[in-house]
Design a protein around this ligand. Structure first.
Ligand code: ADP
Ligand code: MG
Length: 383
């Protein structure tokens, strides 16, 4: 199901950095009316003062995978203010064997819809992107990942899962669609019970594989974390929720039957809240800081940042060793918070990955260890 090379396996030197984005063109995208960048298959360092548009460029790259991008913005907020034309990004990528052209942007007829074109052909849905590109990112907004609700952690994990197993993106979208419909029926109060059963069947048919795929990836991630540079912490990860517990104690077929019963039994309760109380949309990624055997949420801010970076780098490693989609790593303002030793360890880890990494920072001097090995782009002031 999930195509992976063993995480411990060394990456053959010939594979190093042969895939990535080679050009990026934006139009009517936030601070950029038009912008074009030619990129090399190297770590790319974007520097410039606050507000110059560094994160905007990473955001533009984040639309190479399904979803709402790294800011989770509304599509209409991305269009350059005061401009009429819909925003668009076009990318040229090298997949190690040849070139690939991807375009995405706002639908001119429906500004809340994102269209995707792959090699000039309109894709059926955004989900198709997961077959071509996979991505991990770390942004300052994620500093609160362990403190906020479980949704952000699930999203983080799911991005990684569909990076490894593109079918996961479609599963999630069918699951979420059925979930929305069920909640709607519950709120309406009266419904056709066969219609309800049909929706619950979708929740089970998609929900169990969603859970299994997430668990499989956590297992793989745990394997990579064990071999990680000792300057990064090695957290213990697990997925917790009712479906996970059911799958743990029963074979998946029995678990499905039990789940079917429990969901049906929960209708009365769910009708009062208007929400489905059981399913993988309630699961949570638990992260334990090993040295202290402490939950990530209780760790200090610095410890949480280190944990997050460690998980992100392990995720990047997983993506980089799999064959298939072109992996990308986006690190927004990460380097400024690291001491010299951690920074060095991070750069070394980046250079070992077969994965184009995009880094941002205000000051080029923070990246001097990458000199000669990375492409440095200084973005000019716009004011
Ligand atoms: N829809 C938009 N239209 C025009 N400008 C925008 C839009 N959205 C954001 N911006 C501008 O983009 C700039 C922020 O760019 P950003 O990439 O976050 O900067 P940084 O280099 O600090 O990461 C801000 O000046 C903001 O006003
Ligand atoms: Mg920024």
């Amino acid at each position: 199901m999930i195509r992976l090379i063993s995480p411990q396996e060394d990456i053959p030197a010939a594979f190093l950095m042969n895939r990535g984005v080679v050009s990026l063109e934006l139009s009517s995208f936030r601070s950029y009316e038009t912008f074009m960048l030619s990129a090399e298959l190297k770590p790319i360092v974007l520097t410039g003062p606050n507000g110059v548009g560094k994160t905007n460029l990473l955001e533009a790259l984040s639309f190479l995978i399904p979803g709402r991008g790294l800011r989770r913005a509304k599509l209409r907020d991305i269009r350059q203010q005061g401009h009429e034309s819909p925003w668009a990004v076009s990318y040229q990528l090298n997949d190690g064997e040849g070139y690939l052209q991807i375009g995405t942007g706002q639908d001119s007829e429906n500004p809340d819809r994102r269209l995707v074109k792959i090699n000039g052909e309109k894709a059926k849905s955004q989900g198709t992107l997961a077959e071509w590109v996979s991505m991990v990112w770390l942004t300052p907004q994620m500093d609160r990942l362990f403190l906020e609700g479980s949704q952000g952690r699930r999203r983080f994990l799911d991005r990684l899962v569909y990076g490894l197993d593109p079918a996961h993106a479609q599963r999630l979208s069918r699951y979420e669609h059925a979930l929305k419909e069920r909640n709607l029926l519950l709120r309406q109060g009266s419904y056709d019970s066969r219609w309800m059963e049909g929706l619950e069947e979708i929740l089970i048919n998609e929900g169990v594989p969603i859970t299994l795929a997430r668990q499989e990836v956590i297992l793989q991630l745990q394997g990579v974390l064990k071999t990680q540079d000792p300057s990064f912490p090695r957290p213990h990860l697990s997925l917790q929720g009712e479906v996970e517990t059911l799958l743990q104690v029963q074979k998946s077929l029995d678990a499905e039957e039990e789940l079917r019963q429990r969901i049906a039994d929960s209708r009365g309760h769910d009708r009062m809240t208007g929400r489905t109380s059981l399913g993988p949309h309630q699961s949570d990624l638990m992260v334990i800081f090993p040295q202290k055997n402490q939950q990530a949420a209780l760790c200090s801010t610095g410890e949480q940042k280190a944990l997050l970076l460690s998980i992100v780098m392990a995720s990047a490693h997983l993506l980089s060793v799999r064959t298939g989609a072109i992996p990308l790593l986006l690190l927004d303002e990460v380097v400024a918070h690291l001491d010299k030793d951690r920074r060095k360890a991070l750069f070394e880890a980046i250079l070992r990955l077969n994965m184009q990494t995009w880094l941002t920072g205000t000051d080029q001097s923070l990246f001097e260890e990458l000199e000669g090995q990375g492409q440095f782009v200084e973005l000019g002031r716009t004011d």
